[in-house]
Design a protein around this ligand. Structure first.
Ligand SMILES: [Zn+2]
Length: 186
């Protein structure tokens, strides 16, 4: 979770796990042990299964089945669109929970959610419209991530680079490089 430009890990290192925000009290059991987590409705496996591709997922694997699902969604297959609508509703509920707690101004959808964004957004917006009735002036941007599968790696590099540039003296010398260690000590 990024707040005011800084990464927050939380007390137990599990801050920023929006996939496990509960969006349905009596929903299906999640791998985390709770019921009705967001990932049970908007995770790739959940969406593919809801679209009738559960057997294909087991047989052909995730990547191949995601490709088949994208083709079905582009062709307006009713089961694919219904699965995406359900995922969008669940995401809307999750985003309402996030904004209720943190009042952020932007939500970035990554991974397959970025690819599915055009199909997800209408249902997300419907859910958020109820929130807007409470706070009409709220300005919340829902955007697809632009960096694809490299996003996490690039974020980690940027995080490390910023730490080094903000205070180079905190960076320990490379182990085994005595000369560098001495010159730093001097
Ligand atoms: Zn969960």
């Amino acid at each position: 979770m990024v707040l005011d430009g800084r990464i927050h890990l939380g007390s137990h290192g599990i801050a920023g796990e929006p996939g496990h925000i509960p969006v349905a009290m009596d929903g299906p059991r999640c791998d985390c042990g709770a019921r009705g987590c967001l990932v049970c409705y908007a995770g790739p496996e959940a969406v593919l299964t809801a679209a009738g591709l559960g057997d294909a997922l087991t047989r052909d694997g995730l990547e191949s089945t995601l490709h088949r699902f994208a083709t079905a969604a582009s062709a307006a297959d009713p089961a694919a669109l219904a699965a995406l609508d359900t995922a969008g509703r669940a995401l809307g509920a999750g985003i309402v929970a996030i904004t209720s707690l943190l009042d952020v101004d932007e939500i970035v959808l990554g991974g397959v959610l970025a690819q599915w964004y055009p199909h997800l957004y209408p249902a997300i917006d419907r859910e958020l419209s109820q929130r807007r009735a409470i706070a009409p002036t709220i300005q919340l941007d829902i955007t697809p991530a632009l960096l694809g599968a490299d996003a996490i790696l690039l974020g980690a590099i940027e995080f490390a680079r910023r730490a080094v540039l903000s205070d180079p003296a905190t960076v320990p010398p490379v182990p085994g490089n005595a000369e560098a260690g001495l010159s730093q000590a001097n």
